[in-house]
Design a protein around this ligand. Structure first.
Ligand code: NAD
Length: 499
């Protein structure tokens, strides 16, 4: 892998778009360069697609869908194609891991885990395709049978962010394909490599041309063209609340269906009766994995006041063992921040927090590192109305608050406009269940952090979005439901009578 890494650092990967079954550059040959945040060198070059390129991709998906070929393909055949892609992802795990690590600077082991999980998602969707079915109603009287059909919704636009590039795409694309949809995919302009590499496996898999189109480029024009298109029936958007709102406005044009996965400010709630060592590890993992650039980051610690001081000091002590540095060093847990803009945003929130009255316990200053590295940071004495308790920072920053009893813990947990995830640490089953039921979040972990399974759906409450991805609910999201009313034999009554 070292040789291959050096080869890419010397000569960057050059990727093409995949439109209507062909690998092509942007119509005007423009390109985007991506520098590795950890190395400061260009590692990938992608087409800087235009609005016209995007229209072409949408038209290809539209033609494919309207031809009926893929929607009516037998699920067993769909399944074989999706399984093929899963296997190719596994075969190419080293190369995909390398691309992901170089483009994003996430630690190599994290990238590798994501790629292997992405393959699981393609496998799961392959199975889900064969299990997708509607319903029947045999209780509508002697001469009426009701059949509920699930049909693919149509052309789906999929727009993804930079933090878990292939993983987030694999939570969506194979499910949409498994349902029989045709897709136009736009990965983040910072991390498009693995999505464009995926196109190679899709091309080899035998998926009919035009069913899946993947193109790189900036949010405006590529994403903008997708969200505004009248030929796109559904949009799956993952990213910031700002662009999510634009997508909602744009959806008014043709009333397209939206599945939105937006920001979060998820709490780790630590009760005094928990296993403290396990909770410390879990809280640190939830707050800092992927440098905190994680939509479900446990970025608020809500700890019971009787153990708050002890927990906070042990947390800070343990943080010292968290290695910040070269993502290719197996010991590194924290790689570089994705870009200068994000780095500056994280640093600015430390100032905001301190000015609001929070106490900096550790971290907070990345100036001693060379490059875009930011140390894990803890801010204590945080009050729920502070900006560092309300706004998504998307960096390794933990805001600490305390609570007295269960009702206060729940109130604090629910005190933001987001509702993506929550982590609960307690050895009392009743407390765990009580909190799990009352916290407004799409995913809850009890005495664990971030375990993920293709079987379980993900998505947000409140301003974290709507719709669900993965699991049975994930594939159903990409379907329309149609009711068939089947008369058996002659109707016993006429509407127009002889009198
Ligand atoms: P972003 O919203 O800036 O970009 C996301 C995608 O939208 C990118 O592909 C981008 O090119 C595109 N885009 C930008 N402007 C657009 C426009 N005008 N029209 C259409 N598309 C446009 O988000 P980001 O900076 O890539 O990612 C960070 C954000 O994503 C965070 O807020 C994070 O919480 C969120 N996120 C959420 C989840 C989730 O599952 N809930 C997962 C990962 C990231």
């Amino acid at each position: 892998m070292e040789d291959r890494k050096n080869a890419i650092l010397a000569t960057p990967n050059r990727f093409k778009n995949y439109i209507d079954g062909e690998f092509v550059g942007a119509e005007n040959s423009a390109e985007l360069e991506r520098e590795s945040p950890a190395h400061g060198k260009v590692v990938s070059i992608y087409p800087a697609s235009t609005s016209a390129d995007t229209e072409r991709a949408i038209a290809a998906a539209r033609r494919s869908f309207d031809s009926g070929e893929w929607p009516y393909t037998y699920a067993g055949d769909k399944s074989r194609i999706l399984r093929y892609v899963a296997q190719r992802i596994r075969d190419d795990v080293d190369e995909l891991t390398l691309i992901e690590t170089l483009e994003s600077s996430k630690p190599l082991s994290v990238a590798r885990g994501e790629i292997l999980f992405a393959a699981e998602l393609w496998d799961y969707a392959a199975g889900a395709s064969r299990l997708l079915h509607g319903d029947s109603h045999n209780n509508l009287g002697g001469d009426m049978l009701g059949v509920v059909l699930r049909e693919p919704i149509g052309v789906v636009g999929i727009i993804t962010p930079w933090n878990f590039p292939l993983l987030i795409l694999s939570e969506r694309l194979p499910f949409a394909l498994a349902a029989g949809c045709c897709c136009v995919v736009k990965p983040s302009e910072f991390t498009s490599g693995t999505a464009l590499k995926l196109a190679e496996y899709i091309h080899e898999s035998g998926l009919p041309k035009g069913v899946c189109n993947i193109l790189a480029g900036e949010g405006d024009p590529v994403g903008k063209t997708i969200i505004e298109s009248d030929h796109v029936d559904m949009l799956s958007f993952t990213g910031s609340s700002r662009v999510g709102r634009l997508a909602i406005q744009a959806s008014a044009g043709n009333i397209k269906k939206l599945s939105l996965e937006l920001g979060g400010k998820s709490p780790s709630i630590v009760f005094a009766d928990c296993d403290i060592d396990a909770a410390i590890d879990g809280v640190l993992k939830a707050a800092n994995i992927n440098m905190g650039e994680c939509c479900i980051a446990g970025s608020r610690l809500i700890v019971q006041d009787s153990i708050a001081e002890l927990f906070q000091s042990r947390l800070a002590e343990r943080l010292k063992d968290l290695k910040v540095g070269d993502p290719f060093d197996p010991a590194s847990r924290i790689g570089a921040i994705i870009n200068q803009v994000q780095y500056d945003k994280i640093a600015s929130y430390i100032d905001i927090g301190v000015k609001e009255g929070a106490k900096l316990i550790c971290g907070g200053d990345g100036s001693s590192y060379e490059g875009l590295y930011f140390p894990p940071t803890i801010l204590a004495d945080v009050r729920p109305e502070m900006r560092i308790a309300q706004e998504e920072i998307f960096g390794p920053v933990l805001s600490v608050m305390t609570f007295k009893d269960v009702p206060e813990a729940i109130k604090l947990a629910n005190s933001t406009s987001f509702g993506l995830a929550a982590y609960i640490w307690t050895n009392d089953l009743s407390t765990a269940l009580h909190c799990s039921r009352r916290i407004h979040a799409g995913r809850i972990w009890v005495n664990s952090a971030l375990a993920g399974f293709p079987e379980l759906p993900l998505g947000g409450y409140k301003q974290s979005g709507n719709g669900r991805e993965t699991g049975r609910f994930g594939i159903e999201e990409y379907t329309e439901v149609k009711s068939l009313h089947l008369q058996i034999g002659a109707q016993s009554e006429r509407w127009v009578t002889d009198e």
